[in-house]
Design a protein around this ligand. Structure first.
Ligand code: NAD
Ligand code: TDX
Length: 333
């Protein structure tokens, strides 16, 4: 396969590229990434010399760049590229609309023009909105709460329309919250690990009782791999770990692993439009033969250890994020 991965310098994309290069030595992978604040070539240092890997710095909204890459040597596209942080979308929605919607459109057009074999859209559980009880199925209506979730939902609808109208061979994956190596230290788990390591306060939104379903990034990579090879075109696949935790539980687990005091927890103003609970019914992908392999307690500890041992990786990124925190909290974090 000759694969274009967009957003491959980000958290899940970089884990996915490493996973693919390890599992399929004959696949050719092109990574197209704009290198926004969350894109980081250090995430792929260990594979950058692999002859089957190449990096191109570029924007998925740039038709010229996208066309030239797809035309030249690509038969499969996996679109990970996105603005991905809910709090940033609340402060400044514009880049989310531009990248997550228009960027997806640009890729779909190239996929159509150059008749690619598979287009995989990496979407999210957030498109369904919040659910008090039970779990969302792929057929449930979309009810996004944040500009981020709405931009991802819009992109999903565009993808589905390209399947219906142009028979574009596309598949959508909607996963729950990922955690693992190389996650930008602005999302709950890496932010709280790194703040605790620096003895900084952990800003817990609202009452801390919001629920997320935590999926180890490598388990998501295995799911995407399965969907790429065995998924049915035109279909949507939920990918959840059935591993629901409240934010306060996550926070206490992180502090316990690090041997830090719960006094570091600071309850702060709630996120506007904060979804109470995400929950996915993943029976469809489970029927295809996937289930998560990583035990949460073990993988969380392993993730904490990774951040503890890779301070040079995240320190610089936290400095980059200061500007955002000043806007969010009106002060240094
Ligand atoms: P991330 O923010 O770590 O990475 C996003 C990458 O996209 C970065 O490398 C960035 O430079 C690149 N990018 C942004 N705008 C671009 C543009 N216009 N052109 C080219 N590249 C651009 O995000 P992530 O957590 O790795 O998420 C990857 C995908 O998975 C996203 O589509 C996200 O919506 C989805 N997702 C994430 C999670 C999660 O928990 N992290 C859960 C479900 C779905
Ligand atoms: O400082 C914080 N304090 C806090 O209480 C942060 C950053 C988060 N939270 C809460 C908000 C959420 O209830 O923790 C929970 C998780 O927050 P995030 O890590 O920001 O993730 P979430 O909003 O759930 O969205 C994530 O999952 C779906 C990813 O960021 C998305 O990219 C993905 O699509």
């Amino acid at each position: 396969m000759r694969i274009l991965v967009t957003g491959g310098a980000g958290f899940i994309g970089s884990n996915f590229i490493r996973y693919l290069l390890g599992k399929y030595p004959d696949y050719e992978i092109t990574n197209l990434d704009k290198l926004t604040y969350s894109g980081n070539l250090e995430n792929l240092r260990d594979v950058e010399k692999n002859p089957n890997y190449r990096f191109i710095k570029g924007d998925i909204r740039d038709k010229k760049v996208v066309d030239s890459v797809v035309k030249e040597r690509v038969d499969t596209i996996l679109n990970f590229a996105a603005e991905s942080h809910v709090d940033r979308s609340i402060l400044e929605p514009e880049s989310f609309i531009r990248t997550d919607i228009y960027g997806t459109y640009t890729l779909l057009e190239a996929a159509r023009r150059y008749k690619i074999n598979r287009y995989i859209q990496i979407s999210t559980d957030e498109v369904y909105g919040s659910i008090e009880k039970g779990s969302f199925k792929e057929t449930d209506p979309l009810n996004p709460s944040s500009p981020y979730a709405a931009s991802k939902a819009s992109a999903d609808l565009l993808c589905l329309s390209y399947f219906t109208t142009y028979k574009l061979p596309m598949i959508i994956t909607r996963s729950s919250n990922n955690y693992g190596h190389y996650q930008f230290p602005e999302k709950l788990i890496p932010l709280f690990i790194t703040n605790a390591l620096e003895n900084k306060l952990l800003p817990l939104y609202g009452d801390g009782m919001n629920v997320r379903d935590w999926l180890y990034a490598l388990d998501n990579c295995r799911a995407i791999d399965l969907i790429l090879h065995k998924g049915e075109i035109g279909e949507i696949y939920n990918v959840g770990a059935d591993n629901e935790r409240t934010n306060i539980e996550i926070t206490k687990s992180v502090l316990k692993i690090l041997g830090k005091s719960e006094d570091l927890i600071r309850k702060v103003k709630d996120r506007p439009g904060h979804d109470r609970r995400y929950s996915l019914d993943s029976s469809k992908i489970r029927k295809l033969g996937w289930e998560p392999e990583h035990n949460f307690e073990k993988a969380l500890k392993e993730t904490v250890d990774w951040y503890r041992n890779n301070e040079s990786w995240w320190k610089r990124l936290k400095e980059k994020a200061e500007e955002f925190y000043k806007k969010q909290y009106g002060m240094e974090n």
